[in-house]
Ligand binder design. Structure first.
Ligand code: G3P
Length: 217
């Protein structure tokens, strides 16, 4: 499973990238707002840190506007992936951009039929929002399973990018189902390493080691 980090915080991205954990980055207008940075400037910085795809989202809602914003965003760096909303115009732009050789991420997916349309439009990634479905008291993970089944039935190569991830269990469950990618907030990505028995075991090893009076090297 690939790990993308879901943030526009350059310091967090740099730290996680140095740990060798990052296969890409996703941003959206809310994350750009949270970072308090200029979209062009911050996206350029992110693209220089990470080798993998960096999703940058259009904010136009009509096809022509999306296409002209996509041209601007694609000019930032070679690893830009154009993020488009799951609307009729977004799908049309997705088809045109992928036909033109651009990577695309179709976002705000909340149903299997929407994911089917995105695959038919040639999307590189589809982003089903697990957490926001959970918020409606419906199991968001079921959507990941449905999309996996449909894509496998027909050999669609669109990658399932599990998004709106809120917990470490979301990451595990998405991996068990076979999502290709999880885009995870920095704190959740770092929390994946934690286990109390690891800490307890390490403390015990270090205490016993101190009793030996030995040093390595
Ligand atoms: O990747 C999409 C993500 O940024 C949305 O997450 O927690 O706002 O639903 P959330």
């Amino acid at each position: 499973m690939k790990f993308f980090v879901d943030t526009a915080d350059v310091d967090e991205i740099r730290e996680l990238n140095e740990m060798g954990l990052l296969d890409g980055v996703t941003t959206n207008p809310s994350l750009i707002m949270k970072a308090g940075r200029d979209i062009m400037e911050v996206t350029k910085e992110i693209c220089a840190i990470v080798d993998g795809p960096v999703s940058a989202e259009v904010t136009a809602t009509d096809y022509d506007g999306m296409m002209s914003q996509a041209a601007v965003l694609a000019g930032i760096a070679n690893n830009i992936c154009i993020k488009l909303p799951l609307t009729m115009d977004g799908l049309k732009a997705c088809k045109a951009l992928t036909s033109d050789g651009h990577k695309t991420n179709v976002t705000l997916c909340f149903s299997a039929n929407q994911a089917l349309l995105a695959a038919k439009a040639g999307a590189t990634f589809i982003s089903p929002f697990i957490g926001r479905i959970d918020d409606m008291a419906v199991d968001g993970m079921e959507l990941i399973a449905e999309i996996r089944k449909i894509y496998d039935n027909y050999g669609f190569t669109t990658e399932i990018l599990a998004a709106s991830i809120r917990s470490v269990n979301h990451v595990k469950d998405a991996a068990l189902i076979g999502a290709d990618v999880a885009t995870v907030p920095p704190a959740t990505l770092k929390a994946l390493v934690k286990h109390p028995l690891t800490d307890k075991g390490l403390d015990a090893f270090l205490a016993d080691w101190a009793k030996t009076g030995q040093e390595i090297g």
